[in-house]
Design a protein around this ligand. Sequence first.
Ligand code: AMP
Ligand code: ZN
Length: 461
Amino acid sequence: MIVYNTLTRRKEELKTVVPNEVRMYSCGPTVYSRAHMGNMRAYIFMDSLRRVIRFNGYKLLGVMNITDVGHLTSDADDGDDKMQKAAEKTGVSPWEIAQKYTDLFFKDTDKLNIGRPEVVAKATDHIEDMLWFVEQLVEKGYGYETSDGIYFDISKFPSYGKLSGNTRLNDNIAGARVDVNDEKRNPADFALWKKAPKEHIMQWDSPWGRSYPGWHIECSTMGRKYLGDRFDIHTGGVDHIPIHHENEIAQSEALLGHPAVNYWMHVEFMQVDGRKMSKSLGNTYTLDELEEKGYSPMDFRYFCLNTHYRKKLNFTFDGMDSAKIAYSRLLALLKACAESEAKTDPTIIEAFKKEFADAVNDDLNIPLGMGALWTLLKNPPSKDIYAAALEADKVLGLSLDKCLEEKKDDVPEDIRELAEKRFAARKAKNWAESDAIRNELAAKGWSVLDSKDGYTLKKNG
Ligand code: AMP
Ligand code: ZN
């Protein structure tokens, strides 16, 4: 297996700490709101990596955190705790908010065939472990107290910034930020632990009074707890490189005296109109919203897998439509294979298997692997092809065996055609035709719900 390591900026052969076993940590969700499809791209990447690791015969120990306290509204430790803010806004306790969005998160990931890591660890279940970690850092001279918390002194960690290559981070941030906390020794020093104002709902006893953890410490702590002092892979989105993961590296190496992680892997953004899909920009879609528009979770998964994880992926409904069409065509071709009695020359199947394995083992080149599958499907249908596709699906996770399921509650062909015609008319602002077709559909017992970029059909009655 070859993987791209953000730390060395190179593709490298994966060499594991424990033979035949991969230990991997993935930054998980902050559960103060509904995860969006940009987040889901990150977890589809995590899942693809998990699948390729297993495909190569490794045992896998994966850990993912659930951030249910301590993630401030700015990654750079300004602002409020996101959980606290959500609680203030809704009047619901942060514990309930965390539970609600954790459940919704797993509902979505299940639908998207994203496997759950072997250990899912909540920050609030590890307060004692985190406190111990911070106390160690203070004892070793890396942490210091201010009036509002305990901070990490980055001047004590000379290689700070090595992951992003931004070793002058401190200067840059000092120039860019207005509200530099003047008790901090260096502008880029970050909070390990925060003293809790009375109104902060989630707070615990500590040597520094009632308080709560910073965000970065949870990942250093739980990674070490479950995976040991040195483990193989750490994943996250590219937004984590310059702050969260730099801070994790600083904390862990300060404690251990050596690096904790061998390979850092980061997934690029899902964008909308050239900007990151994110809650703060208000350009997000959730899985429910996609389903309401008639896209299945597998349509979205297909959409993601079609672009390499280190490339930006622009979310568009045209892109989703293409994915939907391609995915259903894939299922139709595979159904024909499953029902065929013909044979395929074994050399063709073997060549496909090699091409597929080489692709996915080359830094998860899943688009190339899918290309190989499409090429294989140009051959006359056969059960051999079907069997090879199901084997590949262990990596793709596209539920390809669903091709044999009869589609229930599907929209009849003539209704779908009318609706498509109407959609085209509406796009062309041909309102008269669009209204006429709407009436025709209504007469046939169907209503159309329009949305900005598409429509959904509903059977009346
Ligand atoms: P958060 O819950 O904000 O900590 O984010 C959860 C995960 O989703 C992190 O690994 C982020 O890097 C990732 N993420 C957030 N927005 C996007 C996006 N637009 N595209 C890809 N990954 C994202
Ligand atoms: Zn993390």
